[in-house]
Design a protein around this ligand. Structure first.
Ligand SMILES: [Fe+2]
Length: 386
């Protein structure tokens, strides 16, 4: 991983018989059977007479006809199916990536089918299932760590213009390496590497692709979350489309908001976005000196349940990037949650117990265990002397 992940391509050529048994079973399926496992539309790919590379979406039930007419098919397999999900989970765990970012797709190409030179924003693992394919792969000096896919016959997307002012190459760079894949071969192409692929025979391959989780994609929703907590940022951008004087006033207002960004983003904390407790939740019981901090980005709402015979109050807590949790709490536990909500720094269970004396120590410890589990608070390791 340290040597190749997100850095350079890698190929291995193992006989197909050495693949894990569950994957080997999937490899034995024919195209109509794989189409029956498709999730979402099938992408049909073709080249126009002018040589441009295009694709259209069709329903899985209609896709086979296009394949028989010589066009390439690309589709995702349904992740909810246990045989697919099991495999994706194992791969994601091995690569230390979130399973949600991973897709299992099928590429079916007729002999001579060419995928024009392009780069993807995903990390791709391709397993050759049937037939032979020639991959030509080159490093990308045009757009480093791209945020959008690009094919040489297309216009350069706007976001890529932020990466580079160079003109894009119109064909594969001359230093490309050529790799031939046979059934059982696997190639890893990191995000952004140029590649051009030709089916030397009728070919079927599986593609496992990871959408990259970048620092940007991790932090942007959290920034929105932090700023949306301030009513000033929720104000209408009045005057932004007005006359000269109104725009000048709007600009002053915006400049003042931008100036207070560092202060408004102080609640943005790495501990909240990447909690230590994601894998090992500390469930207590906690002693009086156990220390905690609140997830500064977690939201907290009180709702009344509807429809049940006996309506009751539920506290709904949402942590960015995580599911919402609804907790049915006693009045003293609710009071403790309100106290925690006011906390901006670390606090101990003893301090909390002093502010909510009506909550029994065991119940308080249990409440904190629940709040740690859903990510509303995190346990802080006590400083150990020596
Ligand atoms: Fe690709």
């Amino acid at each position: 991983l340290a040597e190749y992940w997100a850095k350079r391509c890698f190929a291995s050529h193992e006989p197909a018989e050495r693949l894990p048994a569950d994957l080997r079973e999937l490899c034995q399926l024919q195209l109509p059977q794989l189409l029956a496992l498709a999730e979402g539309p099938v992408l049909v790919m073709y080249a126009t007479r002018a040589g441009a590379y295009r694709s259209s979406e069709v329903a899985p039930a209609q896709a086979l006809g296009f394949y028989q007419a010589g066009m390439t098919l690309y589709f995702h397999l349904d992740k909810r199916r246990p045989e697919i999900h099991r495999w994706l989970q194992a791969l994601a765990a091995d690569l230390r990536q979130p399973v949600d970012a991973l897709r299992f797709s099928v590429f079916a190409t007729d002999r001579g089918g060419i995928t024009q030179c392009h780069f993807d924003i995903n990390h791709n693992f391709t397993l050759q299932v049937r037939g032979r394919k020639r991959w030509k792969i080159a490093e990308n000096h045009f757009a480093i760590r791209p945020l959008e896919r690009f094919t040489v016959s297309d216009r350069v997307p706007e976001i890529l213009r932020l990466h580079t002012v160079e003109e894009p190459p119109r064909c594969l760079p001359p230093d490309a390496q050529s790799i031939e894949l046979f059934p059982g071969s696997m190639v890893y192409v990191p995000r952004g590497d140029w590649h051009e692929v030709e089916a030397l025979e009728e070919s079927l391959s599986f593609n496992f692709s990871f959408s990259p989780v970048t620092w940007l994609s991790l932090v942007l929703p959290a920034i929105r979350h932090c700023l949306a907590a301030h009513e000033e940022w929720r104000e209408e951008a009045t005057g932004a489309w007005g006359g000269l004087a109104e725009r000048a006033e709007a600009r002053r207002r915006l400049a003042a908001l931008i100036a207070r960004l560092p202060q408004d983003l102080t609640s943005l904390a790495a501990e909240d976005l990447l909690p230590a407790s994601r894998h090992a939740v500390d469930r207590g019981p906690f002693e009086g000196d156990a220390r905690f901090r609140r997830n500064q980005m977690a939201t907290f709402g009180i709702e009344r349940t509807k429809g049940s015979a006996e309506p009751h109050t539920v506290v709904v807590i949402t942590v960015p990037g995580g599911p919402s949790a609804g907790l049915r709490l006693s009045p003293p536990a609710l009071a403790a949650c309100r106290v925690i909500l006011q906390k901006t720094g670390p606090f101990s269970i003893g301090e909390l117990a002093a502010t909510v004396p009506s909550l029994e120590p065991a119940a308080l410890s249990q409440l904190l265990a629940q709040l740690v589990e859903i990510g509303f608070v995190q346990r802080i390791e006590a400083d150990r002397p020596g």
